[in-house]
Design a protein around this ligand. Structure first.
Ligand SMILES: N[C@@H](CCC(=O)N[C@@H](CS)C(=O)NCC(=O)O)C(=O)O
Length: 198
């Protein structure tokens, strides 16, 4: 599984932006959490300003760049980012981490029934919509990769950890996932990224 920061790592890798990556040890987290806006990571410090919320940071970093997509893609971006996030929402995500036994969160834990309903009832129609939308296009939006494709790739990685046959019926989405991972800058990041469970 990959955490909320992963989209930012993909964008940094693709745009070849140099950055300092500060990972937090579990024991240090409570003290750091209280200093952060909304008590969550990732945050990105730019010229002394602390930016937070992973997708807002992604939009900021890709503004006016090719992986940001074009203005006319706004509708499509909202499709991707309104429909997929239910699979990747904060509450769902925390539950998923708990299910994996990787974390000790006690807040916002959904029960197993809600979790499995999300995976088995809510996710398939969303995936089918995305599969249909993708049609025979190479990328979700326009003629080149955008961060919508990166985001899809990261969502897929997590979905497959949670349910390994999750994408079996969605061949276009599966091949998009593979295509993103084959982009040299992304492949390079996948090889060099820390081997963490998140
Ligand atoms: N809405 C935030 C949520 C970020 C989030 O859930 N971060 C998790 C790690 S991936 C976190 O900080 N968990 C620790 C905690 O809640 O104490 C975003 O999208 O950036």
């Amino acid at each position: 599984m990959k955490g909320k920061a992963e989209i930012i790592h993909y964008i940094f890798a693709y745009l070849n932006i140099k950055y300092e990556d500060h990972r937090i040890e579990h024991a240090d987290w409570p003290a750091i959490k209280s200093t952060l806006p909304f008590g969550k990571i990732p945050v990105l410090e730019v010229d002394g300003l602390i930016l937070h919320q992973s997708l807002a940071i992604a939009r900021y970093l890709t503004k006016n760049t090719a992986p940001g997509g074009s203005v006319t893609s706004t509708g499509v971006l909202s499709l991707v980012f309104s429909d997929i996030p239910p699979i990747y929402q904060d509450d769902f995500y925390v539950t998923a981490i708990n299910a994996q036994g990787t974390c000790n969160h006690t807040l916002h834990v959904l029960d197993d029934r809600v979790f499995s309903e999300l995976l088995t009832c809510e996710a398939p129609p969303l995936l089918q919509d995305l599969e249909t939308y993708l049609e025979d296009k190479e990328w979700f939006i326009g003629n080149s990769v955008t961060w919508a494709d990166f985001y899809w790739d990261i969502c897929s990685t997590t979905l497959l950890v949670l349910k390994c046959d999750m994408l079996d019926s969605y061949h276009r989405l599966s091949s998009l996932w593979e295509k993103v991972q084959a982009i040299p800058a992304i492949a390079g990041w996948l090889q060099q990224r820390p081997q963490s469970r998140l």
